[in-house]
Design a protein around this ligand. Structure first.
Ligand code: M6R
Length: 626
């Protein structure tokens, strides 16, 4: 949940580290720091290298101010932006950390579970540690191991890292510099993501995620569990967990640097909401033909026989990805005959469902690094299920572990609140559902084309909603003082209500609860009074009249009602206090249109309240710990 970056090359490292950390700040933003090693130009110099550590509480911008007032320089360095786990948000707990004799310095993402046991075992007295972190114990253990190894067979640091990997329990991505190994940076990964790249101009980089590396190279190497990398101005070398040197494949990333800046928008979230028409187009391209037929055979090598042998589909995810899965569940159950189960990964991994070779298990994750989703995937795989990842990040751990992948093709999402990837997930899951139904012959060609053609019209319809942002802005002004919201929806509008409430609470910190509209009278109705606005997702569909009854129930308690309705539907005009109309589409596809006003509503409320929209408190984009 932290962001780490390292650079070695011919330029002053400070700017590179700061920019890299800024691009990774979505991973954690309570404190930040860098370590820069300034080696003497003359390799024969006996002058000891100077290691400058600058760190503090706050954002990367605060770190930058510290560096502006007390500059440091060097051509090699590592940096970290933290999301606190072990120890409070303090300067001493901020990374980088050194061993007790300051022989080496390192940054860490993840959690080492046995750090207390290791600390007790290391000779150093407990009071000699400066911080409360597990990371400082790792630094001390590595230093002890490094001193022990002579490096006859392999460089001593590689021996030490192989041994360290065996001793640490938990998840970690580590980036290390040793004072007596000038010109080299070492990386070790288990569980937490780490990607490395070489620019071809004598510059090597490593980071938790590609945005930090993209300005220098689009060809990267993803480290696997147990991998060790050595970076230098000459290139990159790799060893596996047994200490054997090996070659690793490069992956070309088709994202470019312009995708990781705000492009003139005040926030990444607003930019990403506005990209949703384009996201729909790119996630459907080459998968959905003009006449509305779907073909995923280029990505999913499934035969009819295999698809017909599945008895069940499990869809597993967290947060927004889970809500996209709930939307897809309702579509899948309409067009296939499969037994469908959708669950949050943190529950799925500890339950006891029948899962085996007759199961297609679909794991939906924007980042592909969510710890619970990965654990659920490993469980399903161990039981013989066919595992498919629906992810935005092609080199992610999830993508590399599964049998099949469908990429969202949404481009990088930097705002911590997921928006455009929700849209991309729904699109890809709908295409997947159509494809499965086609293989299993539970769908007629006519029906497939009707849905497919209407899906192709969705980007234009989403864009027409985006052109009416002022209306949503006005709604946000009207309701920004409310402290509690209720979101309601039925059928496929229920997961949209869940997503709308999640967006509002994540970025505005307003309490928002979502309920299946029919459940309101089983409890939440007690909350209603004139201070609790009720947002009702009510497009024209078979359940519309039933939802209308719930609107009347809310009005009877004098709660203000904001309705998301279909264009041309006048039935709510005299009942709802405010109505936002979305274009008409097939009822099965309405979530693609009804979610956008809710994303914008959350954005504008948070903006009015002056919240930190792209980096909301306590959250991190990628939750790599359980
Ligand atoms: O990367 P993932 O899709 O696996 O992440 C899952 C959730 O952590 C994520 O959707 C989270 O709920 C977001 N903050 C939603 O805005």
């Amino acid at each position: 949940m932290c962001g780490i970056v390292g650079y070695i090359g011919h330029r002053n490292v400070v700017d590179i580290l700061v920019k890299g950390l800024q691009s990774l700040e979505y991973r954690g933003y309570d404190s930040a720091g860098i370590a820069v090693v300034d080696y003497p130009e003359d390799k024969n110099s006996i002058k000891a290298p100077a290691v400058h550590i600058v760190k503090g509480v706050g954002k990367v911008a605060d770190l930058k101010s510290m560096l502006d007032s007390s500059p440091v320089s060097g051509r090699q360095g590592i940096g970290h932006t933290r999301w606190a786990t072990h120890g409070g948000v303090t300067e001493v707990n901020a990374h980088p950390h050194s061993d007790l004799s300051s022989k080496l310095v390192l940054v860490h993402n993840g959690i080492v579970e046995n750090y207390r046991e290791l600390r007790a075992e290391l000779a150093a007295p407990a009071e000699s540690y400066k911080s409360e972190t597990d990371t400082e114990v790792i630094a001390q253990l590595l230093s002890t191991l490094y001193t022990k190894y002579g490096g006859e067979e392999r460089p001593a640091m590689i021996e030490a890292l192989v041994a360290l990997h065996k001793r640490l329990r938990g998840s970690f991505a580590l980036v290390i510099m040793a004072k007596d190994i000038p010109g080299k940076i070492y990386c070790l990964r288990k569980g937490s993501p780490l990607v490395v790249g070489f620019s071809g101009e004598g510059e090597a980089l490593c980071a938790s995620d590609v945005p930090a590396i993209l300005p220098y190279t689009q060809d990267v190497v993803y480290l696997d569990d147990g991998d060790i990398a050595e970076l230098s101005a000459e290139g990159m070398r790799f060893w596996n967990a047994s200490g054997e040197e090996f070659e690793k494949n490069h992956v070309h990333i088709d994202w470019d640097v312009s995708m990781v800046d705000k492009g003139g928008y005040p926030h990444f979230m607003l930019k990403e909401i506005n990209e949703q028409g384009a996201v729909l187009r790119s996630s459907m391209a080459k998968r959905l033909a003009e006449e509305g037929t779907v073909d995923l055979s280029a990505e999913l090598p499934w035969t009819k026989e295999e698809a017909c042998a599945w008895k069940r589909i499990h869809i597993v995810a967290c947060g927004t990805s889970y809500y996209a899965s709930l939307v897809a569940e309702r579509f899948l159950e309409t067009i296939t005959d499969l037994d469908i189960r959708v669950d949050v990964a943190s529950e799925y991994r500890y339950r006891n469902f029948p899962v085996g070779p007759d199961t297609l298990a679909v794991f939906v994750s924007q980042s592909g690094e969510t710890a619970d989703t990965l654990a659920a995937e490993r469980l399903a795989k161990a039981r013989g299920a066919r595992c498919l990842a629906v992810t935005n990040v092609i080199g992610s751990t999830l993508a590399r572990e599964v049998d099949d992948i469908l990429q969202l093709k949404a481009g990088p999402e930097i705002g911590v609140a997921a928006t455009k990837t929700f849209m991309g997930q729904m699109a890809v899951l709908y295409l997947l559902s159509l494809y499965i139904a086609k293989l299993r012959e539970t769908l007629t060609g006519d029906y497939e084309r009707t849905i497919g053609r209407e899906m192709l019209a969705l980007p234009y319809k989403v864009e027409s909603i985006l052109q009416q942002q002022e209306k949503i802005q006005k709604l946000a002004v009207l309701h920004s003082e409310a402290r509690d919201f209720l979101f309601l929806g039925r059928g496929n509008s229920f997961p949209v209500a869940l997503e709308g409430a999640l967006k509002l609470k994540e970025i505005s910190y307003i309490h928002a609860e979502a309920y299946a509209a029919g459940e309101m009278k089983h409890g939440p109705i007690a909350l209603l009074d004139p201070r609790v606005p009720v947002v009702v997702v009510s497009p024209k569909d078979d359940l519309h009249e039933k939802t209308f009854s719930n609107i009347l129930e809310a009005k009877a308690r004098k709660a203000p009602v904001i309705a998301i309705a279909s264009e041309g539907d006048a039935s709510l005009d005299s009942t709802a206090d405010n109505i936002f109309h979305v274009p008409v589409t097939l009822p099965l596809l309405s979530p693609f249109l009804t979610v956008t006003p809710l994303q914008l509503f959350a954005y504008y409320v948070a903006k009015i309240l002056g919240c930190d929209i792209d980096q909301p408190r306590n959250l991190a984009k990628s939750v790599t710990v359980e």
